[in-house]
Design a protein around this ligand. Structure first.
Ligand code: NAD
Ligand code: DAU
Length: 367
């Protein structure tokens, strides 16, 4: 079955993966409908990442707008209810979350609020909207929930996470995402809400907030700053280029079976320290820096509490049932990402100075 998607609500569209998703759908698919980006613009929500989309498809572009932004919190039931109605939404793709593990250790409350209560609020609003008072059900209504491989816990030296792996979250972040996954499944089984769910491995690419490993290291190497490696640096992550994640999400939204969950991964495992060596080589090469000097800036720091040792995804189900596959090699993706961070000086400077938070006032104040 292929769904017909018309008016899509993207939550968290001003974040890293959400902004890339909106670019992907407008630039790389034949989608002809409308996208509504609902985002609270927390510290990592950055509308500047969508300036080109706003200029081409937004309200200010003239002509019939196909991209709309709504500043709202997913915990705000009244706002969510009104946005679903206002845009006649038939599809929700839910990216909005608190996403950084280190922050969940320092301040778990925001994670419980947004990831648990926010997802609940969105689900319940969707259920009520889906079963509208006049009894109508929007054709092909779908709630796609974007989740993480971290819900499965930590692997030893061998084995892979598959869709049937029992949940075993270890950090407040992964526990909050696990809780949201369970709530999504509960709304399917109990209320018949049409859902699909995906659990993805580590993403990298443009527009990622530079608190996460890859952009942090690129910018620290460039700035001659220390490169903080947690513990022995031998923790393993499975890296996927963000556009490949989004093509998987798009495939599931279009062709996935209602009520099913799908793993998404890069099949690309790297120890953190090996990945850092690769990054140092690429960045030093691009900037003509002395690689031996760069290597001296590595600092082994105190380990992250509860640091999961290894993640590795088995995404056979998605590949065999829906025909998805990765299209970008790690070498290509990493080089493209490094080039993007080194050349996107306005975006980087505005994030580092905090000026990105003013984009909304400068560009939406006239409305
Ligand atoms: P991000 O932190 O870059 O972006 C999150 C976005 O959500 C931001 O724009 C933020 O403003 C918005 N937001 C936060 N709280 C909100 C609220 N209460 N109401 C409305 N908007 C709110 O995150 P990301 O890395 O783009 O991750 C997106 C999703 O993908 C998350 O659900 C995350 O768990 C999941 N995921 C991320 C990765 C990864 O490697 N980054 C991998 C697998 C899954
Ligand atoms: O696996 C999917 C998850 O990947 C997503 O659900 C999360 O939203 C996303 O943030 C990411 O979580 P990680 O904790 O794996 O990503 P992070 O970039 O924070 O760290 C990657 C690895 O690098 C991890 O083993 C910790 C280590 N690290 C990280 C930072 C920021 C360091 O050694 N030094 C650092 O400074």
């Amino acid at each position: 079955m292929t769904r017909s998607l018309k008016n899509i609500l993207v939550t968290g569209g001003a974040g890293f993966i959400g902004a890339n998703f909106i670019h992907y759908v407008f630039n790389k698919t034949d989608f002809s409908g409308t996208i509504v980006n609902l985002d609270a613009l927390t510290y990592c929500g950055n509308l500047e990442s969508l300036a080109d989309i706003e200029a081409q498809y937004g309200v200010s572009a003239g002509g019939k707008a196909r991209y709309f932004f709504e500043k709202a919190d997913i915990c705000d039931r009244a706002a969510v209810d009104s946005i679903l109605k206002k845009y006649n939404i038939d599809t929700i793709v839910h990216f909005a979350a608190e996403s950084h593990v280190d922050r969940s250790i320092l301040g778990p409350e925001a994670f419980a609020k947004t990831n648990v209560m926010g997802t609940f609020t969105l689900l319940d609003a969707a259920k009520n909207y889906w079963k509208a008072e006049d009894g109508t059900i929007p054709e092909n209504f779908l709630f796609h929930h974007v989740s993480t491989d971290e819900v499965y816990g930590s692997l030893g030296e061998t084995g892979y996470f598959c869709e049937t792996t029992p949940y075993d979250p270890r950090s407040p972040y992964s526990a909050s995402k696990a809780s949201s996954d369970h709530m999504v499944m509960a709304y399917f089984h109990t209320f018949g809400l049409p859902i699909t769910l995906s659990n993805c491995s580590n993403n990298y690419g443009p527009y990622q907030f530079p608190e996460k490993l890859i952009p942090l290291m690129i910018l620290n190497i460039k700035g001659g700053k220390n490169l903080p490696v947690y513990g022995d640096g031998k923790n393993i992550r499975d890296w996927l280029f963000v556009e490949d994640h989004n093509s998987a999400v798009w495939t599931i939204m279009n062709k996935g079976t209602t009520g099913e969950k799908y793993n998404i991964g890069g099949e690309n495992e790297w120890e953190n320290i090996r990945l850092l060596e690769k990054l140092m080589e690429i960045v030093a090469g691009e900037l003509k820096m002395n690689l031996d000097d760069v290597k001296k800036t590595i600092v082994h720091v105190k380990d992250r509490p509860g640091h999961d040792r290894r993640y590795a995804i088995d995404c056979t189900k998605l590949k065999t049932q829906l025909g998805w596959k990765q299209s970008v090699t790690f070498e290509e993706g990493l080089r493209a990402t490094v080039k993007w961070y080194l050349s996107s000086t306005d975006w980087v400077n505005h994030v580092q100075s905090g000026e990105y938070t003013k984009w909304i006032d400068k560009n939406y104040s006239a409305r």
